[in-house]
Design a protein around this ligand. Structure first.
Ligand code: AMP
Ligand code: MG
Length: 417
């Protein structure tokens, strides 16, 4: 975009770095109280409100990892085959009471408890049957194919840390260690507005100069993926009084308010002034591209973030700036995802002093290296640059650009959600 002024200092003062914004948010924003206990089936993606400990050892008892024959290692000959009588049979769910492997092999199946004295299991494929005896080859190690009690996790050990965003494997581990439910933080209630006189509802006929509102769909669905309970509060016209009224009203019933559009420095940009009028501004204008015009404030104790209007800027600022804020409110122990390194197959110039996110796709180069290919169009309004890319390459503040062959850090889209 042709630009005459030095944007770092245009419109008053330097821009706030993304890092500084994150610390301001951490300082000013409280964790929302409130939790509920839900069955494990319903806890995927929720934030653990308690630290969960194993109620018992996992596995709770020593058991066989294979179908075969359980023996006492001490009964085996090191030199050659050992022939042992087969005594007893133990299937999964069976009881080993009264069975002993002393001087004998016990027929055993996967998951069955190890009989008294047995410490080693031969796979059925590896043995030779001779009448009611079994021939066991030499060479197996003591303890082979036997899973000791507590091998996975010991009773009392931490299964899930408070603040963790729960995943299906976490919930499986909680089930395996004796739990049926878990206390989780209550969902954040997030109000979403769009602002702009040009906006029409998706599917509505378009008058002259009108466009369909796409930011609300983007925000509402991303927020739902991030675990929020979203209230869609519609489109606000570029009318200062209406903005003030609707923002104060929304602040009373929600944990967070997000708006898009109207936060730049134009004559029709009223969101920042509305936040200042009914609350107080915490930050405005970030050193980030796309997404510079971001305003964050508090109305009462409810945070409100005015995101830019351009859809790609909305996407980037939601995931880079609002994501940590959501985590803070929800009591989530959040660490940003680790980027995937990729070799840049493009050259790019940038200004220092701001962090940039470049939309890229990944491909495997003929030499096997993963390469990042830049989406051909950069505009902050180009939605197809999101649907047509695999992720965002993050270029740090001090970088002046990217040279072909240089390694860049790529955040794949789904990792950011
Ligand atoms: P603004 O910051 O309000 O000047 O908006 C910047 C650009 O984003 C303009 O081209 C707007 O039409 C566009 N825009 C604002 N809000 C939305 C929205 N909800 N959906 C799609 N585009 C939008
Ligand atoms: Mg606008």
């Amino acid at each position: 975009m042709a630009q005459l002024s030095d944007d770092c200092f245009a419109f008053g003062g330097p821009l706030l770095s993304v890092e500084a914004a994150a610390s301001l948010i951490a300082e000013r924003v409280p964790v929302i109280a409130g939790s509920e206990t839900v069955p494990l089936w319903r806890a995927d993606g929720r934030i653990a409100a308690e630290t969960v400990h194993a109620r018992r050892d996992l596995p709770p008892f020593a058991n066989s990892a294979v179908d075969g024959y359980a023996v006492r290692f001490a009964d085996l000959s090191a030199a050659g085959e050992t022939l042992l009588p087969v005594r007893g049979r133990l299937a999964a769910g069976g009881s080993p009471a009264g069975l002993s492997a002393v001087g004998a092999a016990v027929r055993i199946f996967t998951g069955a408890p190890m009989p008294a004295e047995a410490d080693t299991v031969f796979m059925q494929e590896d043995v030779r049957i001779e009448g009611d005896r079994v021939g066991l080859p030499a060479g197996l190690k003591r303890g082979a194919n036997s899973r000791p009690a507590g091998e996975d996790i010991a009773q009392g050990a931490v299964v899930i840390e408070a603040g963790r965003r729960l995943t299906p494997p976490d919930l499986a581990l909680a089930a395996a260690t004796g739990h049926a439910g878990i206390a989780v933080r209550r969902r954040l209630r997030v109000a979403v507005f769009s602002t702009g006189d040009e906006l029409a509802e998706p599917g509505a006929p378009l008058g002259p100069g009108a466009i369909h509102d796409s930011n609300r769909v983007l925000l509402a669905t991303l927020l739902a993926r991030l675990g929020a309970e979203v209230a869609d509060l519609g489109i606000l016209r570029d009318d200062p009084a209406a903005l003030r009224g609707r923002l104060s009203e929304a602040a009373r019933a929600h944990d967070l308010i997000l708006t898009s559009g109207g936060v730049s420095t134009g004559e029709e940009d009223h969101v920042k002034a509305a936040v200042e009028a009914v609350g107080r501004l915490v930050l405005w204008r970030l050193a980030i591209k796309p997404g510079r015009p971001v305003a964050m404030g508090l109305i009462g104790s409810t945070p409100v973030v005015g995101l830019p209007g351009n859809p790609v800027a909305v996407y980037v600022t939601l995931l880079v700036v609002v994501r940590p804020l959501l985590a803070r409110l929800a009591g989530e122990a959040f660490s940003p995802p680790l980027p995937q390194p990729a070799r840049a197959a493009f050259r790019y110039r940038k200004k220092t002093g701001r962090r940039e996110y470049v939309r890229v796709s990944l491909r495997r180069a003929p030499d096997g290296t993963v390469e990042a290919v830049k989406f051909p169009r950069d505009g902050a309004g180009v939605l197809t640059s999101l649907t047509g890319s695999d992720g965002l390459a993050e270029l740090p503040e001090d970088a002046t650009g990217v040279e072909e062959g240089q390694t860049v850090a790529v955040f794949l889209h789904p990792l950011l959600w």
